[in-house]
Design a protein around this ligand. Sequence first.
Ligand code: 3PG
Length: 218
Amino acid sequence: MAEGIAGILGISKVIPVVTLTDVAHAVPLADALLAGGIGIMELTLRTSGALAAIERLARDRPEFCVGGGTCRTANDLQRVTDAGAAFAVSPGATAALLAAARRLSVPWLPGAATLSEMMNLSDEGYSCQKLFPAALCGGIELLKAVAPVLPALRFCPTGGVSPDNLAAFLAQPNVSCVGGSWIAPAELLQRAAWSDITRIAASAAGQAAVSSVRKSCA
Ligand code: 3PG
């Protein structure tokens, strides 16, 4: 679904990108993020328990918006949909993924890193795209260059976003939100350091809120 993803991206200006190794961490992590003011995350399909974690969250925390990330194949999109993910994310976009996304009902955020990729996705109806890997493919300067030539597109830059550049990314008119792993990094997840994750989430949400006010006043 090309149109549903815009509403999902409106939930939070910052979307934690999380790789979970312990399924039992899914619910406490969602609670820690919610306590910090973030009600959404992308759970990557990079561990064997990722789908079970999505299933658990969809069942036990229906108020929390969990997406399935790193969807590389049509089968990945099918599996995150079946697990109950509210949305799906891919680092890029292939013909097979586009065909599966047309068939499935899950809102999908496809990835792009070049103008041609952005234009192809735009032709397919995807005006919301994940800019990935954002810092490496041109970052803020690329977003500035793209804005006048593809003015209808909105991006979720991910890959290299950090507390240091968060405000600068969010200040771009064509950025609707950002994604990043710094909010729930592996080291804090391993230690089940939920209060630390809440603190980082609250700080990111606070920075994003200041950015939003600045942007709307600009
Ligand atoms: C992703 O999976 O989207 C990125 O790898 C997250 O990038 P980051 O670790 O630089 O935030």
